[in-house]
Design a protein around this ligand. Structure first.
Ligand SMILES: *Cc1c(COP(=O)(O)O)cnc(C)c1O
Length: 457
């Protein structure tokens, strides 16, 4: 193990140096993948030199999602405090289903859940757990909604036409999960949004009325806190009124920006969240925790038990349900995703997490002000979002993003809203400073000048 740790240290140092020197890893074209890298698995063991080289080459040729030039997805950067927690959880290799094998790690998870409960304004009867990502925590929310609607479904399967509602701007896990839980993709209603990408409550009500008249069974509304493209917030309070009126389960998909709960300045964006039946958030997005760290809370713990507990005498042999967290989780064996968030939180305090969230909004606003002031840019995103969406000099966004990546300059993606495609710069890397955002635009502008002809042919 000692030698393995030394090799780890050695490769880690090379990687960190490479991130500085070459923030965008040159592409390994798929057709060269197996020639350029030694990926083959052989009957004979690799000699230690060959093993070291194969591993080092592999690591150094992998896209660098932690560098200052990565703006492509809704995660980024690296926080050392969180990384140490993650490495230690791998060393310990616990499984989070029972107190017997997870011990105090159950407490780590509970402390996080309890803090988030109180930040959300949830009652003491709330409960939560972690799962392998936002798609899965959203799944758990929708499943609890289904089982509350009709407890028999767990035994008999879905008999009625259940209808779920979400906005057109919601994450694609909503229709996927509807298929998984037996509701069906065609029974998801996509509600219109306004020009900022926020769900139109009047359209929601009209759609529910239509479905009731048709004899269908509305059961679930998904509100998004931070839509994937524009970073918009659905009006949770108004949606909660509708859910209350019609007796529907309200789930808030806060995978992207539910973390605004940490900021007094921005938590108004999820006003009414305490009224939601369930709420999910990804600490691996705005909160600089390594992938993945996704949390789901249910306002009443009963629903987590009703949908997810299963007796297993070979597993639950000691301690009560409170401590045997396997009784409320989707998985059986479950990795410890809580420790890395805890090490970060412990080290920087709740105030540190607040700063992180506010810093990301400030970076986005800095970028947005820049593009608003420059006539060569067209701007599509709004304030109170950590996405800056724009086009530059009328250049096709897809073409520009692809070329920037192929030439090893910047890794940034594009998105669409109401038929227009644009570049989406996400300021989700809390390690970035304003100068990194300035550099982004400078790099982009210089690049366009240099590759003008290629971009227009
Ligand atoms: C990222 C995201 C998800 C999915 O989370 P994963 O952890 O990637 O599965 C769901 N909803 C929204 C709004 C997201 O931004």
């Amino acid at each position: 193990m000692q030698a393995d740790l030394q090799l780890f240290q050695q490769i880690a140092e090379q990687l960190i140096a490479a991130e500085e020197n070459q923030p965008v890893t040159p592409i390994v074209p798929p057709e060269q993948l197996y020639q350029q890298l030694d990926l083959a698995l052989n009957d004979e063991p690799a000699d230690s030199e060959g093993y070291e080289k194969a591993l080092t080459d592999l690591i150094l040729n992998t896209p660098k999602t932690t560098s200052k030039a990565f703006f492509n997805q809704l995660f980024g950067g690296r926080n050392g405090k969180a990384v140490v927690g993650e490495l230690l959880s791998v060393l310990l290799n616990n499984s989070m289903y029972t107190y017997k094998v997870a011990g105090p790690m159950v407490g780590v998870e509970k402390v996080i859940i309890n803090k988030i409960k109180s930040l959300l304004g949830y009652p003491s009867t709330a409960e939560g757990t972690l799962a392998a990502g936002g798609s899965m925590t959203n799944f758990m929310g929708m499943l609890m909604a289904r089982d509350r609607f009709d407890a028999e479904i767990r035994q008999k399967g879905v008999q009625q036409t259940l209808i779920a509602y979400t906005s057109k701007e919601a994450h694609y896990s909503v229709p996927k999960n509807a298929a998984f839980i037996g509701v069906g993709r065609q029974n998801v209603r996509y509600i219109e949004s306004n020009e900022k990408g926020e769900m139109l409550v009047s359209d929601l009500v009209a759609q529910i009325e239509k479905d009731l008249i048709a004899g269908y069974s509305p059961f679930f509304v998904n509100a998004t806190a931070g839509t994937t493209v524009l970073g918009a917030f659905d009006p949770i309070d108004a949606i909660a009124d509708v859910c209350q009126l019609y007796g529907l389960w309200l789930h808030v998909d806060g995978a992207y920006c539910g973390s605004v709960m940490f900021s007094d300045k921005y938590k108004h964006l999820i006003k009414g969240a305490h009224r939601a039946d369930s709420f999910s958030l990804n600490a691996h997005k705005m909160l600089s925790t390594p992938l993945s760290c996704s949390i789901i809370l249910s306002k009443e713990k009963k629903h987590l038990y009703d949908s997810f507990s299963n007796d297993a005498s070979y597993l639950y042999q000691a301690d009560g349900d409170e401590l045997n967290t396997g009784k409320i989780s989707f998985q059986c064996g479950r990795r410890n995703d809580a420790l890395k968030f805890w090490t970060l939180w412990k080290a920087i305090g709740t105030k540190g997490l607040t700063q992180m969230v506010e810093h990301e909004f400030a970076l986005a606003e800095h970028g947005r002000q820049y593009v608003l002031k420059h006539p060569d840019y067209e701007v599509y995103s709004h304030e109170n979002s950590i996405a800056v969406c724009f086009n530059y000099k009328g250049i096709d966004a897809k073409k520009l993003c692809t070329l920037l990546y192929e030439k090893g300059k910047l890794v940034v993606g594009y998105g669409s809203f109401r038929g227009t495609t644009f570049i989406r710069l996400v300021t989700v890397n809390a390690g970035n400073e304003q100068v990194d955002i300035d550099n982004f635009f400078k790099t982009l502008e210089d690049f366009v000048q240099e590759y003008w002809e290629e971009l227009f042919t």
